[in-house]
Write a protein that binds this ligand. Structure first.
Ligand SMILES: [Fe+2]
Length: 151
């Protein structure tokens, strides 16, 4: 219920909210400020509702782009946001089914779907999303890079 607290803020306000709090904004976030609603939303959860639980704040913070380090709760919120019934992409129902069996695999699929969605819109993938996939061992498939796992 808290993850989208800042979702309706215009992009200029999201950037201003970050600046007011001294929150760093990377190049991707500056190019696509809408994604900042996750990080700003975590701040609002604390400021407006007193949420202090770092696991809840992490899940709010990471629900748009993912992160190199995702807890099970981070993954649950990320996949739930991706596969919620209001979404209309063709793989939604299969993703909802998958998450009941394999949270890690569902997170990987959700991250890949996000990157495909960005690509169709002509957008690059966020570094956080690529890092999340890499952490799940799937980055090679997307980037075409081959890593030496024996090293
Ligand atoms: Fe959101």
């Amino acid at each position: 219920m808290l993850h989208d607290l800042a979702r309706l803020y215009p992009e200029e306000r999201l950037l201003a909210e970050c600046a007011q709090r001294g929150m760093p904004v990377n190049d991707y976030e500056r190019a696509y400020p809408l994604v900042l609603h996750a990080r700003v939303g975590a701040e609002l959860a604390t400021e407006m509702f007193g949420v202090q639980d770092p696991e809840i704040l992490s899940a709010i913070r990471k629900h748009t782009l993912g992160d190199a380090q995702m807890s099970p709760l981070d993954c649950i919120v990320y996949v739930a946001d991706t596969a919620e019934p209001g979404r209309t992409f063709p793989q939604r129902a299969s993703l909802e089914s998958l998450v009941m069996r394999d949270l890690t695999e569902a997170t990987r699929v959700a991250l890949e779907l996000a990157i495909e969605h960005y690509q169709k819109k002509g957008l690059a993938a966020a570094p956080q999303t690529l890092a999340a996939l890499q952490a799940l061992g799937a980055a090679e498939a997307l980037t075409g890079e081959v890593s030496d796992r024996s090293a």
